[in-house]
Design a protein around this ligand. Structure first.
Ligand code: PYC
Length: 333
């Protein structure tokens, strides 16, 4: 066997969505903060992201996280998120996957019934509280970064769809929230191609006409997610289809999307603090969210969300790269 790389990873899924947690083989990336590391990684090492996320080692809805030493003294581990779309500043399902893997592999000191892990993410410090029984991670509650509403009740003209009403909020990434009814589509997986096409068209127009810009995190300046809210959703229990650039759906209920949605509902006065919000994914899996306190970010009113979900380890692997492999950074199909 010939290989120019040996990359160790523990694969997991969070409520249906994969997280390939890279535990070794890539070294430590330079950068004074985790966001500096993320930006440097995007500029210098995108081939590694593509190698691990795209075919033939991944697929078109693949997601992962690279463990790093933290850049701040109050964190246990650092994380660079990778997926087919690029490198997110924060990923909720990915963080639940990382915390589960850290506990189940013994890469943190495991304390029962709750193991607390502080993660240095590009979007800020995220605390994961893992409920542990007999060494097994039963569920994870993450306390996310400040989440806020960027705009409420706007419309945008989208070719093929007309005037689309939307709101936009940040929960670790930017999310446009659109009622599925308003684009004339049913909440039905047999119509997923149409829903995806509509989502991509909406994010295209938002990014062309009025891209959102995060007030404090460098390089967070676009909307690559459209959360299509299913009919019948309420401020306590919502179902959605999460369309993501460049063309896939989150299989999990999307932790950062759930945070953005809760921030939007809070701005409308519909979701008070310390109240459960159940969010269901397109495949019917669930996260339970809560807003735990008010804060501000860049002078804007914001809230701190928690998200609770479960993850399962699905494999342990070593990913190799033969020097004669004709696809040294994978390919998209
Ligand atoms: O869970 O935050 C999330 C997420 C973002 C993209 C896919 N999942």
């Amino acid at each position: 066997m010939r290989t120019s790389r040996i990359i160790s990873a523990v694969d997991s899924h969070t409520e249906g969505m994969p997280t390939r947690v890279v535990t070794g083989g890539l070294g430590v990336f330079p950068g004074a903060t985790m966001n500096d590391k993320r930006l440097g990684f995007i500029a210098e090492h995108d081939d590694l992201r593509r190698l691990l996320m795209t075919e033939p080692r991944g697929h078109n809805a693949m997601s992962g996280a690279i463990l790093q030493p933290p850049t701040r003294p109050d964190a246990d581990w650092g994380v660079i998120y990778i997926e087919v779309s690029g490198c997110l500043p924060m990923c909720g399902h990915g963080t639940i996957g990382v915390a589960t893997v850290l506990v189940e592999t013994g890469m943190v000191e495991v304390v029962e019934p709750v193991t607390t892990i502080r993660l240095d993410t590009p979007a800020g410090l995220v605390t994961a509280r893992v409920a542990v029984t007999d060494g097994h991670a039963d569920s994870v509650t993450i306390e996310n970064v400040p989440s806020y509403t960027d705009r409420l009740d706007r419309t945008i003209e989208v070719p093929g769809l007309g005037e689309v009403p939307y709101s936009l909020a940040f929960g670790g990434n930017f999310y446009a929230m659109v009622d599925l009814d308003s684009v004339g589509l049913p909440f039905d997986r047999s119509r997923k191609d149409d829903i995806l096409r509509a989502g991509l068209a909406i994010m295209d127009r938002i990014n062309a006409e009025a891209p959102p810009v995060h007030p404090t995190i460098d390089g967070v300046n676009h909307c690559h997610h459209v959360e299509f809210i299913a009919p019948g959703s309420t401020a306590q229990h919502s179902r959605h289809a999460m369309a993501i650039h460049p063309g896939w759906f989150d299989r999990s209920p999307c932790g950062t999307g759930t945070s953005a949605r809760m921030a939007e509902l809070w701005s409308r006065g519909q979701l008070p603090l310390n109240t459960d919000f159940v969010n269901e994914s397109f495949i019917g899996s669930r996260f339970v969210g809560r807003l735990v306190r008010e804060t501000e970010i860049g002078g804007r009113p914001a809230v701190i969300p928690t998200i609770t979900g479960r993850a399962w380890v699905t494999g342990i692997g070593q990913y190799l790269l033969d020097p004669t492999d004709p696809f040294p950074s994978g390919f998209e199909f």
